[in-house]
Design a protein around this ligand. Structure first.
Ligand SMILES: O=C(CO)[C@H](O)[C@H](O)COP(=O)(O)O
Ligand SMILES: [Co+2]
Length: 221
């Protein structure tokens, strides 16, 4: 398991002041940008031009979570836009191995996401091609949803698979992660934690990042 990383999602931040919003979380490891196309999910956010502008001002690297169809064709633009990590959904990729290799060759970390009903088992042999696996703990599309405990066994199975193959692949959780739920995720084997509403509804977002980090670390010891 890698060191604990906290990745605030800007989905529930103030879109009119995004530069200032990312400046409020200098203690984060990454900024999580939720790209939605209104097809893969029933919501629409932003595209590569806006992500590129945000990458120029962000104090920490960008972690793009692409909830878009035709990931094979659309994902490379987010590496070009300056993201340090690019996550595509396996449900939206026709050739996930080729896409992961393309993302890595272009200079970013390659990551693959699974919706709550998508099993990890068919992808065991792909894990070595990935820098990170994202296990969704809500149905993708919106921030502020309730954490789905039913995803915890999949986090455990994914971590066991990575250990079995001696892989250093990061394991990210996204959706409903808060001071209340982060311990369960850490105990199950996650090491990268996305938190959107928990961070941006806090009075002091950077203090919330520190509190989440501390709680995840406590769950491990
Ligand atoms: O991918 C996402 C939604 O599809 C978001 O990253 C996620 O929901 C973060 O927000 P919150 O912590 O409020 O659930
Ligand atoms: Co996300």
């Amino acid at each position: 398991m890698g060191h604990i990383q906290i990745t605030p999602s800007i989905l529930n931040s103030d879109f009119a002041r995004l530069g200032e919003e990312v400046a409020r979380i200098p203690g984060a490891d990454w900024v999580h940008v939720d790209v939605m196309d209104n097809h893969f999910v029933p919501n629409l956010t932003f595209g590569p031009a806006m992500v590129e502008a945000l990458a120029r001002v962000s104090p920490v690297p960008l972690d793009a979570h692409l909830m878009i169809e035709d990931a094979d064709r659309n994902a490379p633009a987010y590496v070009e836009a300056g993201c340090g990590s690019v996550t595509f959904h396996v449900e939206a990729a026709k050739a996930p191995v080729r896409l992961a290799r393309e993302i890595r060759a272009a200079g970013a970390r390659a990551s693959m996401a699974l919706k709550p009903a998508t099993p990890i088992e068919p992808y065991e042999d792909l894990l070595s091609e990935l820098d990170m696996v994202l296990i969704m703990t809500v149905e993708p599309g919106f921030g502020g949803q309730r954490f789905l405990d039913l995803c915890l066994p999949k986090i455990r199975r994914a971590r066991a698979m990575m250990d079995k193959h001696g892989l250093e692949t990061w394991l990210q959780v996204d959706g409903g992660v808060s001071l209340e739920t982060i311990e369960r995720c850490a105990e199950a084997g996650a090491d990268v934690f996305v938190a959107g509403s928990a961070v941006y509804s806090a009075q002091d977002p950077d203090a919330m990042v520190a509190a989440l980090r501390e709680r995840a670390a406590a769950a491990r010891s």
